[in-house]
Design a binder for this molecule. Structure first.
Ligand code: A2H
Length: 253
């Protein structure tokens, strides 16, 4: 854990089609606003490889007013931080439109800005912390061991997790290359450390540490506007480009 404030990038995943359960809850309440699920990431340069979005099933989310046209979906805790950072309507005041359980969001179709997959689905993840970021995690299975392993778990036990297999069908996308692990760092580390499921949290933490360092210090972009640049050089450029296009914003905590 970092000691100082953490500089996240808030990625705006626009809701394109609510799940059946969510549809009933939001009906007539949004005042015509478009809703974005806000995912907090430390790896904006990997957004080309988004394959789905994760929420915690035991987490409560809210829909919060940004302005007459727009609302954000995240935890109340994140909305409070956003309000203090001037990212929501009003001066530090929070206008919550409704509350919704993570479970009810599963199956919602959202946009995935900059991804080769323009639209992806919301899926459940066990290890989403309610106390970090926005409680919404965008999934990049090529470069995040947690994302990769969870996606594999969901594919293996679609019925148990109550998901439609097509929601978990998007394949990992090559985003960056590293000398040690090639273009699929996360799958390579999951295999190397013999990780079996998302419950292997200790090994996953180790894999996360290794992949983060390897990607940052030795990675080269193999996709997108900054293809060929080192990850160190591309990271801020991709972030700036996403912010300039209105697909993301700076979010700290
Ligand atoms: B990262 P840190 Cl490709 N609960 O984004 C659990 N994990 C969360 C979270 C929450 N509430 N909020 C954010 N995260 C994830 C991309 C990524 C991330 C890649 C590789 C590694 C990686 C795609 N998922 O994270 O504890 C988000 O996933 C490993 C550092 O604040 C976010 O960045 O350091 C990261 O954890 C923030 O973790």
């Amino acid at each position: 854990e970092a000691l100082g404030p953490q500089e996240y990038t808030g990625i705006k995943l626009e809701v394109r089609e609510w799940s059946e359960a969510a549809k009933k809850l939001v009906e007539g309440k949004l005042g015509g606003r478009k809703v974005s699920m806000v995912a907090a990431t430390l790896r904006p340069e990997t957004m080309y490889g988004q394959t789905n979005c994760f929420v915690g099933t035991a987490i409560k989310y809210g829909v919060f007013v940004v302005n007459d046209q727009e609302a954000f979906l995240c935890t109340y805790r994140a909305a409070r931080n956003m309000a203090f950072q001037g990212l929501l309507s009003g001066r530090g005041e929070i206008q919550q439109i409704l509350e919704i359980d993570g479970t009810d969001l599963v199956g919602t179709k959202v946009s995935a800005p900059f991804s080769v997959n323009p639209e992806v689905y919301v899926l459940p993840m066990d290890n989403v912390l309610p106390t970090k970021g926005t409680g919404v995690v965008t999934s990049v299975p090529s470069d995040s061991p947690d994302d990769y392993q969870t996606l594999m778990d969901l594919r293996k036990k679609a019925e148990f997790y109550k998901i439609d297999p097509k929601w978990a069908a998007f394949e990992p996308v090559a985003v960056l290359s590293t000398p040690t692990y090639g273009e699929m760092t996360a799958p390579a580390l999951v295999q190397k450390l013999k990780i079996q499921s998302q419950k292997d949290t200790k090994q996953l933490a180790e894999a996360k540490e290794i992949s983060y360092k390897e990607g940052f210090y030795s990675g080269t972009m193999v996709i997108g506007e900054f293809k060929g640049l080192s990850v160190q050089d591309a990271k801020q450029k991709v972030r700036d480009s996403m912010i300039a296009k209105g697909a993301a914003f700076a979010y700290a905590e």
